[in-house]
Design a protein around this ligand. Structure first.
Ligand code: HEM
Length: 244
């Protein structure tokens, strides 16, 4: 498929992103309104615990750092780095080291979660097509991002996305996108961005909706006290059953 022509470029980097973001917003609101019971990460912890713990920890910590890396690289204009005296060389060195490490962590987590779904029969049987789609889009997006950071940038010169992809994505968010900025972007990075928008589009119909249920209320909630069973409480011995 030719991703290069002007018409195609306009479609892929203006029409498609807004279609995807519309689906993300409308789909998420609709699901929230009509499917409160299904609004969950559909935990499979009861089916298998050990691999889930390792894979999920690696994936979630990795993706949180990758998210903040994207904010730093795409939403903060290059002029801010220049004003702070951070050279292009130093920026890319840091971005490749941090991005590479946290990207690998994310991919390793996804790899473990994929093997768990394929290898543990009970988990496999409880995997719906939407779960495969979410995992597939996640793996494709993360793998292409990493291929750019640790592949393209190492075999070529580090690509300066802060003057192309950065202003383009800020334009998308501010409703004045300029697809021309994306015309010369390396193919690997274009595919990364296209799969990312695919991921956004399907996410309302998958377990990924749990992203919007960050338990922030915990931060404001009154503290709860847990006591070990068998410890005599100041109000008496009720509830003591002799076991520990
Ligand atoms: C519109 C959305 C996105 C844009 C514009 C974008 C853009 C980028 C850019 C410019 C890079 C750096 C490439 C380089 O080092 O030269 C990158 C890397 C990466 N992206 Fe994305 N990305 C997007 C969404 C996502 C999503 C949703 C994920 C994860 C599911 C993701 C995961 C990664 C990873 C793992 C890397 C490699 C590590 C790193 O440099 O942070 N990206 N992305």
């Amino acid at each position: 498929m030719n991703l290069e022509g002007d018409g195609m470029n306009e479609f892929l980097f203006v029409v498609y992103p807004y279609l995807s973001l519309t689906l993300l917003v409308v789909g998420t609101l609709a699901r929230y309104n009509y499917d409160q019971i299904g609004w969950t990460s559909k935990s499979s912890e009861l089916l298998e615990k050990r691999l889930l713990r390792v894979g999920s920890l690696l994936f979630h910590w990795g993706i949180i750092f990758v998210f903040f890396g994207h904010v730093a690289g795409l939403l903060i204009p290059i002029s801010v780095y220049q004003a702070l005296g951070i050279s292009e060389h130093l920026y890319h060195l840091g971005a490749m080291a941090m991005g590479g490490l946290t990207g690998l962590m994310t991919l390793a987590g996804l790899g473990i979660l994929l093997l768990r779904r394929l290898g543990v029969r009970r988990v496999m049987r409880n995997t719906a097509p939407a779960d495969w789609a979410a995992l597939g889009f996640l793996i494709a997006t993360v793998a292409m991002g990493l291929l750019m950071t640790l592949g393209y940038n190492v075999t070529h010169l580090p690509y300066e996305y802060r003057t192309t992809v950065g202003p383009w994505i800020r334009g998308v968010l501010l409703l004045h996108p300029d697809a021309g900025l994306m015309a010369g972007v390396p193919l690997v990075l274009k595919i990364h961005i296209l799969t990312a928008f695919g991921l956004f589009a399907i996410s309302p119909f998958t377990r990924l909706v749990h992203i919007w249920s960050l338990p922030l209320a915990y931060l404001r909630r009154a503290p709860m006290q847990y006591r070990r069973r068998g410890v005599v409480s100041p109000v008496g011995d009720a509830g003591r059953d002799g076991s520990d």
